[in-house]
Ligand binder design. Structure first.
Ligand code: ACO
Length: 437
């Protein structure tokens, strides 16, 4: 990793129990806060650090994504995400995340060709889908099917071989939209739509989702452009819960398909990627702008587990730059689709206004995150609510595989193995059953 280790920069730790002082190295990245290197801490002090939720812990060095949460900055390989969303397209961003540079025209053409020719699934996998209940949540189907890919693509599971790793990465990026669309078609009882090689990544996804064998499906350029931009905004987000899950699973040497399946499981939670589905459910539950104050009050109550979904972020304490672009896309899509009256958008706009003026949200620095507007866009595009998080997973797959590849190539990588503060019983003698009364 390209971190600067300045011998003069240290952090002094004093053990007040013994008066002993320890010098810990301070390491600087190319941007962002320095880190205190605590790798020798346990050896030297016989103490671990304690950091539930990893709020103060850097788990790795990475060159992929940079976030400055105080200033609302998100860069992929140095490029601001809003510039990419406005000027680039999803395959180009995939290339950037995987290889570190934007592609030349020839590289882009080849990459798009290679991804396109990996979109089809092994036909045997269609039977796997049939084993699920029709009313299964598509995220449950996705976890299962993606994990099962390792049983079908043995020729790309040798993680020590860079070629295998790249083939597996291409396969995952290419096949995720196919799997997502198949999960949807299965839930609808409609026949699966095979990918079409003359369509773009976003167009193909819409074709597989909404096309039927009965008539030609004409992909709307407005919809495909919106999907493409949403994919860009969700493509990577440094060491969030699902990415850390992928890295942790991969640190044991597990195959990439199993690791991405683990990432999908983590993404599903409502505190993470599941929030886009939860936002829409919440807006529907609020039902009318006049009910907003009641929900805002509930969100502030300590004894009420209700939270405003789509608000707050572990890292962004000013604004989420993705939410800004998302809000813009939302208005564009509704305009393009000539949806003038979208009650949920009206509720969302009013909720945002009320929350942003409320002392509780101001003090705790809670702002709308990327998921606040994405649900409304997906709804306008005709995507069913249960598929919102699936779409997030389709987009995030490239981030997951880029981070997974980076981890395997990192010479300082070790199996992830946090320690704990044990607060249970001390050693005690076994009591036979007849004496436990
Ligand atoms: N509504 C009301 N209060 C909130 C909210 C919210 N959405 N988010 C945080 N808070 C409060 C907490 O109750 C806590 O209050 P306290 O200090 O009095 O205990 C304080 O703000 C800090 O919150 P934490 O949960 O400690 O912050 P953390 O960084 O652990 O959580 C999270 C971040 C999970 C995103 C949280 O803000 C949340 O649950 N938001 C709603 C779910 C959501 O939108 N998730 C999507 C995140 S973006 C993504 O994953 C793509």
């Amino acid at each position: 990793m390209n971190a600067k280790k300045d011998a003069k920069q240290t952090f002094t730790l004093t053990d007040n129990r013994s008066g002993q002082k320890y010098e810990l190295p301070v390491v600087s990245g190319s941007m962002g806060p320095d880190v205190i290197d605590v790798r020798r801490l346990y050896n030297d002090t016989n103490c671990f650090t304690y950091d539930p939720g990893f709020t103060s812990t850097g788990s790795c060095g990475s060159k992929i994504t940079y976030i400055d949460g105080d200033n609302g900055v998100l860069l992929y390989r140095g490029y601001p995400v809003d510039q990419l969303a406005d000027n680039s397209d999803f395959p180009e961003v995939c290339y950037l995340l995987l290889y570190g540079e934007l592609p030349t025209p020839d590289q882009k053409k080849k990459f798009e060709h290679d991804i396109t020719y990996h979109t089809m699934l092994n036909e045997q996998l269609t039977y796997f889908f049939r084993g699920f209940r029709r009313d299964a949540h598509p995220m449950a189907v996705m976890c299962g099917v993606v994990g099962a890919l390792s049983a079908f693509y043995h020729d790309s599971t040798d993680i020590s071989d860079p070629k295998h790793r790249m083939i597996a990465s291409y396969r995952l990026i290419a096949k995720m939209p196919t799997i997502a669309a198949m999960a949807y078609k299965f839930s609808m009882g409609q026949p699966f739509q095979y990918p079409l090689n003359d369509l773009t990544f976003a167009e193909n996804f819409l074709h597989m989702m909404f096309g039927t064998p009965c008539e030609e499906y004409k992909v709307s350029p407005v919809l495909s452009k919106a999907i493409d931009r949403i994919l860009i905004l969700h493509a990577d987000h440094e060491q969030n819960a699902s990415t850390s899950t992928v890295r942790l699973a991969g640190s044991s040497g597990a195959n990439p398909f199993a690791c991405i399946s683990a990432g999908i499981a983590s993404l599903w939670g409502p505190a993470h990627g599941g929030a886009n589905e939860a936002v829409l459910n919440m807006l529907e539950e609020i039902g009318d702008a006049k009910n907003i104050p009641e929900y805002v009050d509930r969100a502030k109550k300590k004894d009420d587990p209700f939270r405003l979904m789509g608000f707050g972020h572990r890292v962004y304490k000013n604004f989420d730059p993705r939410a800004k672009v998302m809000e813009k896309i939302c208005h564009e899509v509704l305009n393009d689709l000539k949806i003038e009256d979208e009650p949920l958008l009206d509720i969302a706009v009013e909720l945002e206004r009320i929350a942003l003026e409320d002392d509780y949200f101001i003090e705790k620095k809670l702002y709308p995150n990327v998921d606040f507007y994405s649900g409304i866009i997906f709804k306008a595009l005709g995507i069913p609510t249960s598929l919102f998080t699936v779409l997030f997973a389709v987009a995030r797959t490239v981030g997951w595989v880029a981070q997974w590849n980076e981890m395997i190539e990192d010479p300082s990588q070790k199996i992830g193995r946090p320690r704990q503060l044990y607060i249970g019983e001390t050693a005690r003698k076994f009591k036979p059953l007849h004496k436990r009364i």
